[in-house]
Design a binder for this molecule. Structure first.
Ligand code: ATP
Ligand code: MG
Length: 405
């Protein structure tokens, strides 16, 4: 069926009172951004619904592209026809035929905004139902939980028919909760933390530390590829690379092994916070989960967190590794994340990092280092690039569109 529009129902943003308009506008921008490859689509955002007029653009890839957009609860592709009874009957018949399998049931549900229309909703349900039964031998009407549920909406500007409803991604439109930076490694956890942050409406820029020549180009590319996996939720993401070699070498030289990890993390956080400020972002997200490794005990967090007052948000703090892996599989970052490239943290990792580091000791050891100079030089050589989605939805296949509600 070649649909003419898609009707989008908002999720949680309906409850946001005076902010509602800003939320809807943000969602409108995100949808336009996501559908940039379909220039003829017209997005009309109203208070209760959003209508996407397809203007000849293909509905299947657009449906696939809408699925990851946060802020959408459900959406239904619809076809607009003239308000002619014979045309409405014919369209309903085609719609049912396209999906009908032997033994299935159907139902017609009509809504009528146009009170002047020839028939009322009861008559319309009955007449369209009859037309379908006559055209498809053996099909049965069923009011409760029919297999095929055709909705007919008689509006002033035409009749709209739909029979499919897709789940949206839920959450809040990305950008509606402000901007933050995500500390993105090449591991399993941080991309999942990023996904969860975006789901609550946060626009993210990625901060990635790398230490050439100790870490390879492949490790850097892996972090970028993980970022690509998160672009369907937003369109494009700024990826900030921070050269970390000089700092890691200096720490290695001056700091006792037990405190290498803690002090390395304190530098990472200082740098991330400075970048956050430059980029006018509000908070820092990371992929920490309580107790997962030595740097993620409460004692470590106290010692590391001490370098800033900026909120550090940890969406995964209470999730088990198995739960994180499940999410990583759902967002398709798992297979990439488990590729074995060395991360800058593992390269210099001591065999036994302190799980209960003392803040006074960190401060004491850092006096051996030119903290300011090291930070300044690293900041002077960061690079920023925009990572775009690789239009993966344009190649989406037929079987991706089957999750009917
Ligand atoms: P992940 O699975 O995300 O790599 P991890 O299991 O490797 O995390 P850690 O190495 O302890 O755990 O890292 C904890 C968090 O610190 C990461 O989730 C990430 O937010 C941040 N982090 C670690 N390494 C880097 C890096 N090279 N660049 C940016 N952030 C990093
Ligand atoms: Mg981790």
């Amino acid at each position: 069926m070649e649909y003419t529009e898609i009707m989008v129902r908002y999720g949680e943003l309906s409850t946001k009172g005076r902010n509602r308009k800003a939320f809807i506008n943000q969602l409108g921008r995100n949808v336009r951004n996501t559908l940039h490859a379909f220039p003829n689509v017209k997005v009309q955002a109203h208070r209760d619904r959003m209508h996407l007029k397809l203007n000849g653009e293909p509905s299947q890839p657009i449906i696939a592209a809408l699925k990851p957009v946060f802020g959408i609860q459900t959406f239904s592709p619809a076809i607009q026809v003239e308000k002619e009874l014979s045309v409405i009957y014919q369209t309903a018949i085609e719609m049912v035929k396209e999906r009908y399998e032997e033994g299935q049931t159907f139902k017609i549900t009509t809504k009528r905004a146009d009170r002047e229309f020839l028939l009322d909703t009861r008559e319309l349900n009955r007449e369209i139902g009859h037309a379908v039964i006559e055209a498809i031998p053996g099909i049965q009407a069923q009011m409760k939980q029919p297999d095929i549920d055709v909705r007919v909406d008689i509006r002033h500007n035409g009749a709209f028919l739909s029979s499919e409803m897709f789940h949206g991604a839920g959450g809040l439109p990305v950008g509606s909760s402000g901007k933050s930076v995500l500390m993105l490694s090449g591991g399993i956890d941080s991309p999942v933390a990023g996904y969860l942050a975006m789901k609550r409406g946060v626009e993210l820029e990625m901060v990635h530390f790398y230490s050439p020549p100790y870490t390879s180009e492949a490790a850097l590319n892996k972090a970028k590829d993980l970022t690509v996996k998160l672009t369907p939720y937003v369109g494009s993401i700024q990826f900030i690379t921070v050269p970390f070699t000089e700092i890691q070498e200096a720490i290695k030289k001056e700091v006792p092994p037990g405190y290498l990890m803690t002090i390395t993390r304190r530098f990472m956080l200082r740098l991330t916070d400075a970048i956050r400020e430059q980029r006018k972002a509000l908070a820092i997200f990371n992929g920490e989960s309580l107790g997962q490794v030595a740097s993620q005990t409460l004692e470590s967090m106290v010692a590391i967190n001490d370098v800033t007052n900026t909120p550090i948000l940890r969406p995964l703090i209470s999730t088990d590794k198995t739960e994180i892996i499940k999410l990583a599989e759902e967002i398709d970052t798992f297979d990439l994340a488990i590729q074995p490239f060395e991360d800058c943290c593992t390269i210099f990792a001591p065999p036994q990092p302190k799980t209960k580091p003392k803040l006074e000791k960190c401060i004491q050891y850092e006096q051996r280092l030119d903290v300011e100079g090291l930070i300044e030089r690293a900041l002077a050589s960061i690079t920023i690039e925009e990572i775009n989605s690789r239009d993966q939805f344009l190649q989406a296949k037929e079987e991706d569109f089957t999750d009917l509600l």
